[in-house]
Design a protein around this ligand. Structure first.
Ligand code: C2E
Ligand code: CA
Ligand code: CA
Ligand code: CA
Length: 279
């Protein structure tokens, strides 16, 4: 009936308004988040599969918005990229991660590294190289301990200029890792020309390694390719002992995931690192 139709329109309009409002609100909250110190970093350990040593952490940003609670980076990072906030947020992450890692090195974890996620937009910012240099300088962290994680799509957006920046960063001693490896446009021809130090096998392959033969085959192939390219291989999303055992047998170098440790707030990481790790 006409009335029902009318109600439906009202319903949809309301729903649409709510969506628009909440995005608009989210955007406004996000613009204020840095000033209000609502961001913090969690640290997820990466271990050497041969001996269980923690070699580094990955810094993962968290946003605690007083009214919304914890907002996932999968939600706000794309928004930050879209509305031009990613450079500022990325700079904060980089500085915070380097400073924290330097502190941990000073209290005894002398060779602890840090991996920082970098979005394609950041890489394309002409000021990026200088900002990385400054983060190292201000924190006093040696460049050898910093890894930048980039996805394939971030690198190939502007392949030529990306390669230039990546080379300059490498020359400074920084390491470059391809994140979510296997999910992008992995073409062997450009892999050969990319200046990279490690590949991070996407967790979608790692997760089904026991039960899905094709995923096992893919993981094996990536590890073999890593040997050929002379890059380190990191497996992300390791959730079970069985997965860790298989990866070790396949001679995967490093692993990360809930089986080893979930991302931790800085004080929690200190407690974790002080315990002996057995895997
Ligand atoms: P990512 O870089 O692929 O990070 C790995 C994600 O997997 C993290 O989610 C982590 O908490 C989660 N994870 C770790 N181990 C396991 C596991 O064993 N099983 C499962 N199912 N998940 C696991 P998180 O922290 O929610 O981050 C999501 C994404 O947001 C990241 O994916 C990254 O793309 C982005 N991100 C996070 N922090 C930053 C940042 O500081 N800068 C930028 N540009 N992006 C960030
Ligand atoms: Ca990552
Ligand atoms: Ca990843
Ligand atoms: Ca991912």
């Amino acid at each position: 009936s006409k009335q029902l139709g009318g109600n439906r329109i009202t319903f949809y309009e309301t729903e649409m308004k709510q969506k628009i409002l909440s995005r608009f609100e989210l955007e406004n909250y996000l613009r204020k988040a840095l000033k209000r110190s609502e961001f913090f970093l969690c640290y997820q350990p990466v271990i050497d599969l041969e001996n269980g040593t923690i070699i580094a952490n990955e810094a993962l940003i968290r946003w605690n918005q007083p009214r919304l609670g914890l907002v996932s980076p999968a939600e706000f990072i794309p928004l930050a990229e879209e509305i031009g906030l990613i450079d500022e947020i990325g700079r904060w992450v980089l500085n915070e991660a380097c400073q924290q890692t330097k502190k941990w090195q000073q209290i005894g974890m002398h060779h602890l590294g840090i991996a920082v996620n970098v979005s394609g937009k950041q890489l394309q910012n002409p000021a990026f190289f200088q900002e990385v240099r400054l983060a190292l300088k201000h924190s006093g962290l040696d460049s050898n301990y910093l890894t930048l994680e980039l996805t394939e799509s971030a690198m190939i957006q502007k392949l030529h200029s990306s390669i230039k920046v990546m080379r300059a960063l490498q020359k400074m001693g920084i390491k470059i890792s391809i994140d979510d490896f296997g999910t992008g446009y992995s073409s062997l021809s450009y892999l050969r020309s990319l200046p990279i130090n490690s590949l991070k096998i996407d967790r979608s392959f790692v997760n089904n390694i026991q039960e899905t033969p094709i995923d096992m085959a893919i993981v094996k192939a990536i590890i073999t390719m890593g040997e050929g390219l002379e890059v380190d291989i990191v497996a992300e999303g390791v959730e079970t002992r069985e997965q860790a055992d298989i990866l070790r047998e396949l001679q995967c170098d490093y692993a990360q995931g809930y089986f080893i440790q979930k991302p931790l707030a800085s004080h929690e990481f200190e407690a974790f690192a002080n315990r002996e790790i057995r895997i």
